[in-house]
Design a protein around this ligand. Structure first.
Ligand code: OFO
Length: 172
């Protein structure tokens, strides 16, 4: 059984994962309007992954006798400055998510909730991957430096990928 404190903290994380999903969805849609189909596809997939992160938490909360609440989300931005700006925001956002996961882990230890602590380890590993992927993509974009031909190839590289792992391989 979850303590009210842990239930509340997990519901806050549900909200954060839900807003990550909306955020990436907004980026994906903008990228598609710019003809950046590879970037768009990558971000649409990423948005789905964030929704899965939210659902996984929701199911866990319900299984443990709590109530996973569907969050009210703020509207994400509609437009973005550039592809590089998008990936800079993604890295910043993922660093924030990692720090929230770490806070959650700490609360679990303080409350001696080892079951939730164990469950959260999946998120701890996932955050390492997400931050590393954003950094690798950003490094590539910095190398390209806004050059159109480079951006075209970068976009083509991302096209056809369906998950962060595949993307991580190509972004190396
Ligand atoms: Fe859910 O990992 Fe990104 O935000």
């Amino acid at each position: 059984m979850l303590s009210p404190k842990i239930e509340n903290a997990l519901n806050q994380q549900i909200e954060l994962e839900g807003s990550s999903s909306q955020y990436y969805l907004a980026m994906a849609s903008w990228a598609e309007t710019q003809g950046l189909n590879g970037v768009a596809q990558f971000l649409f997939t990423h948005a789905d992954e964030e929704r899965m992160h939210m659902l996984k938490l929701m199911k866990f909360v319900n299984e443990r006798g709590g109530h996973g609440v569907v969050p009210t989300l703020k509207a994400p931005p509609k437009t973005f400055k550039s592809v590089q700006a998008i990936f800079e925001q993604i890295l910043k956002h993922e660093i924030l998510v990692s720090s929230e996961i770490n806070n959650l882990v700490e609360i679990c230890l303080k409350e001696r909730d080892y079951t939730t602590h164990n469950f959260l380890q999946w998120y701890v590993s996932e955050q390492i991957e997400e931050e590393a992927l954003a950094r690798r993509i950003l490094d590539k974009l910095k190398l390209i430096g806004g050059e159109r031909g480079g951006l075209y190839l970068f976009d083509r590289d991302l096209e056809g990928m369906t998950g962060t792992e595949k993307a991580a391989d190509t972004a190396k």
